[in-house]
Design a protein around this ligand. Structure first.
Ligand SMILES: *Cc1c(COP(=O)(O)O)cnc(C)c1O
Length: 393
């Protein structure tokens, strides 16, 4: 793997904004540039003009991010009452949000319903009955299982969702239970590199829409296309524009203008990933034997301070150090975190290259760390405090 170039990730002016802050950093922290989230939001809205965006707030649940997106007009995808409280606490009651997780405690459904939430995801009979009891009359969408786990860098498609035939039964049962059978959702897996994953999922959805109308006389009204849109890590991905064009053409092939369902998108990673730079120090450089060609580079950030998505080396963050600008030779490194847990190794197989001139005390910048980092950071494993975040705009 060759070393990265900063201009693949940042316009010069935008990188300068970061570096001003990075130079004064004396501790581990994440810098989040809110203006980059704003740019991404506008891009997504303009590429999908007929869709409603529900920000999947688990990607970065900070008040700063919620306030920004709420002001831009975003809706929110809340997966727990805690996320719901966070959104409501930011004063965004007028925006639709829903409980996206198909497994919910009864008292949590009751609580959400009392707060005015009337749109729920489900994928099982027990959960559906739970919703019918505690959120009567609500709108229901059923999450189906779809393909895509091989081409998603962080697959999400196995835990939730059910077979389309079961989803049909649930939607029919929803009506019997006094709920509104409203639509279908899926998630093709996060950082999904294959645009065709949506095509596959949408063909299942189309079959279900037709079946429900013809066999049950139920006109479904909504398709939730989930998240999965990529951000800019090491491996190359298509621009979001390509995703938008392809998905729009799948939809217009399947539906006419006058029967086009309401479309919901739930982007998380693609909106916020590119906004973050994690600033870490090199704590130790060592080798496992005198002849070992690989250096072990230990940093003060690891899986427990926000880099959990490096598990299995799934997400490969661009790693940058200023010495790359002047380095004359580079070598392979293992990158490891600061704790005693041997899981706390970010990259061993990936073959990251860093300058031979790298020294203890140098800074390492982890680019594209705006998504799924601070919310995953542990509270005090080995005594390390949670990841601090600084917001700039
Ligand atoms: C996590 C999640 C998302 C966001 O996915 P990204 O790949 O980060 O865009 C969207 N919808 C649901 C239901 C999720 O669980």
């Amino acid at each position: 793997m060759t070393m990265i170039k900063i201009d693949q990730y940042f316009e010069p002016a935008s990188w300068q904004k970061f570096t001003k802050l990075l130079k004064v950093a004396r501790r581990l922290f994440l810098v989040v540039d809110l203006s980059r989230i704003e740019t991404k939001y506008h891009e997504m809205v303009s590429l999908f003009p007929n869709a409603k965006l529900h920000y999947a707030m688990k990607a970065s649940p900070a008040v700063e991010v919620i306030d920004l997106l709420a002001n831009l007009g975003s809706n929110f995808d809340c997966a727990s009452i805690y996320e719901l409280d966070r959104v409501l606490g930011c004063g965004v009651e007028h925006l639709v949000s829903h409980m996206a997780t198909p497994s919910k405690k009864a008292e949590h459904v009751k609580y959400a319903f009392e707060k005015g939430i009337d749109l729920y995801a489900t994928d099982s009979e027990a959960d559906l009955k739970n919703i019918a009891k505690h959120a009567p009359g609500s709108k229901i969408f059923v999450r189906i299982l779809v393909q895509g786990s091989e081409t998603a860098e962080w697959p999400l498609s196995r835990k939730f969702g059910c077979h389309p035939n079961m989803a049909i039964d649930l939607l029919v049962q929803a009506r019997e239970l006094g709920l509104v059978p409203y639509g279908i959702s899926f998630h093709v897996g996060s950082q999904q590199k294959d645009v065709a994953a949506w095509d596959d999922a949408l063909s299942k959805v189309k079959y279900m829409f037709d079946w429900m109308k013809n066999e049950e006389g139920i006109k479904l009204q909504m398709i939730n296309l989930g998240g999965g849109f990529p951000t800019n890590y090491i491996s190359e991905v298509n621009p979001i524009k390509v995703y938008a064009e392809e998905i729009t053409s799948y939809l217009t092939d399947d539906y006419n203008d006058d029967d086009m369902p309401e479309i919901i998108l739930e982007p998380g990673r693609s909106l916020v990933g590119g906004s973050g730079v994690l600033v870490s120090d090199v704590v130790l450089i060592s080798r496992k034997s005198d002849t070992d060609l690989t250096r072990w580079v230990y940093t003060d950030v690891g899986l427990f301070q926000g880099l959990i998505e490096t598990l299995g080396e799934a997400i490969k963050y661009p790693v940058y150090t200023p010495k790359m600008e002047t380095s004359t030779s580079e070598g392979t490194v293992v990158l490891a975190g600061p704790t005693c847990d041997s899981t706390d190794i970010m990259y061993e197989e990936a073959g990251y290259q860093l300058p031979e001139e790298l020294e203890i005390g140098d800074k390492i910048y982890w680019l594209t760390t705006g998504a799924y980092t601070n919310s995953y950071s542990s509270v005090e494993f080995n005594g390390f405090p949670p990841l601090e975040v600084v917001y700039i705009d």
